[in-house]
Design a protein around this ligand. Structure first.
Ligand SMILES: Nc1ncnc2c1ncn2[C@@H]1O[C@H](COP(=O)(O)OP(=O)(O)OP(=O)(O)O)[C@@H](O)[C@H]1O
Ligand SMILES: [Mg+2]
Length: 340
């Protein structure tokens, strides 16, 4: 985690501030923070107070007492609420580096969606520097994801990484310090959760909470299609508590159009690649990262649409932060791929 530099101790962090979760690790790859990107805010006597972040805040989503709100500072991979992002990241950075001198000597490399605008990227870097981090640098999430899986983005061979997160899906092909082609769309696992929740409401007249819907979407992919899953919620007509039983396959069918849409969109990236690049990718395969890369069938759908072998990373949820931490010390990587 620490480098001796001209007598000073430098702390290096890799960060992935995502729509659903925020991951921070040190240069040795040790996870320092891996919790939901949620801030709990309480209004008392006309004044607002930030009281919790991460898992502690997420535990209260859907059961908040009056006066409290749970806010997500990041949507579709970028900061949408500056004030919330400021408070959220200040609390995260203080948990990870409790002493001011540690923050004053810290450098953070943070993943940003390849499709983020300059303004969106600037907002994240400025908020991080306001939180006390001495210097923050951005790097494309697929490039960081590659590093986190042991791929060298300075390699002369072309590598391709697909990242399917909670609010974004993107693909990037790169070699020797440059991006050859990329596609980024603002669709992800959150849209699959919404599709499942809408299906249950429309076909079973049952309303469910956001967290329960996400757990249901995940569970339906982990069991055989004919498995019956019990769901508890509120009847959409009477408002009374009610339970229904739904087959896993029915829920998987509800989220399938979203997977199909994003796979088709990402496959457009291949149109921009030179033939030699396809040769490299056919031999080495495409790497799949991000939490929603665990959705059932996405690997096969990508293989079919890309015509290339696809393999999921061993650490799909943490490899962007791990790779970002590695980027700080990997020779030439930040000069070639660093943004801002
Ligand atoms: N086993 C699983 N099956 C299906 N979906 C899953 C599974 N595990 C996690 N997910 C989904 O992955 C998403 C979170 O992934 P991740 O943490 O990579 O997103 P993020 O980095 O916060 O978002 P983004 O990169 O879009 O800003 C959630 O939508 C969650 O529902
Ligand atoms: Mg992500």
């Amino acid at each position: 985690m620490k480098d001796k530099r001209q007598g000073e101790t430098l702390t290096r962090l890799g960060m992935d501030v995502g729509t659903v979760s925020t991951v921070v690790c040190d240069a040795d790859g040790e996870l320092l923070f891996d919790e939901p990107s949620i801030l709990l805010h309480q209004r008392t006597g006309g004044r607002g107070q930030r009281i919790a972040v991460g898992r502690e805040a997420a535990d209260l989503v859907g059961r908040l007492p009056p006066g409290m709100t749970a806010i997500r500072p990041v949507r579709r991979g970028v900061i949408t609420d500056l004030d919330t992002a400021r408070s959220f990241l200040r609390m995260v950075v203080r948990q990870v580096l409790p002493r001011p001198w540690q923050r004053g000597r810290a450098q953070a490399v943070v993943g940003v969606p390849a499709g983020a605008t300059l303004l969106e990227q600037r907002a994240l870097l400025e908020v991080l520097e306001e939180s006390g981090i001495a210097r923050a640098v951005a790097i494309d999430e697929p490039v960081a994801g590659a590093l986190g899986c042991g791929i060298d983005p300075m390699d002369r061979r072309v590598h391709m990484v697909v990242d399917v997160g909670g609010g974004t899906a993107e693909v990037s092909a790169f070699c020797f310090g440059g991006v050859l082609a990329s596609r980024s769309c603002r669709i992800g696992g959150g849209d699959m959760t919404v599709a499942v929740s809408r299906h249950v409401r429309e076909h079973h007249h049952l309303m469910m909470g956001e967290i329960a819907a996400e757990q249901l979407a995940v569970r339906s992919g982990e069991v055989p299609d004919n498995t019956e899953i019990g769901i508890h919620g509120r009847d959409s007509d009477s408002g009374r508590p009610r339970s229904v039983t739904v087959e896993a396959g029915e829920l998987q069918a509800a989220l399938a159009p979203i997977v199909a849409w994003l796979v088709r969109y990402l496959a457009g990236c291949l149109d921009d690649l030179p033939a030699q690049a396809i040769d490299d990718l056919a031999a080495d395969g495409v790497v799949l990262v991000g939490g929603a890369s665990r959705v059932r069938g996405i690997e096969q759908a990508l293989e079919k649409a890309f015509g290339l072998p696809v393999k999921r990373a061993e650490n799909p949820l943490t490899c962007v932060a791990e790779g970002a931490a590695r980027a700080a010390t990997a020779p030439g990587v930040l000069t070639a791929y660093g943004r801002g």
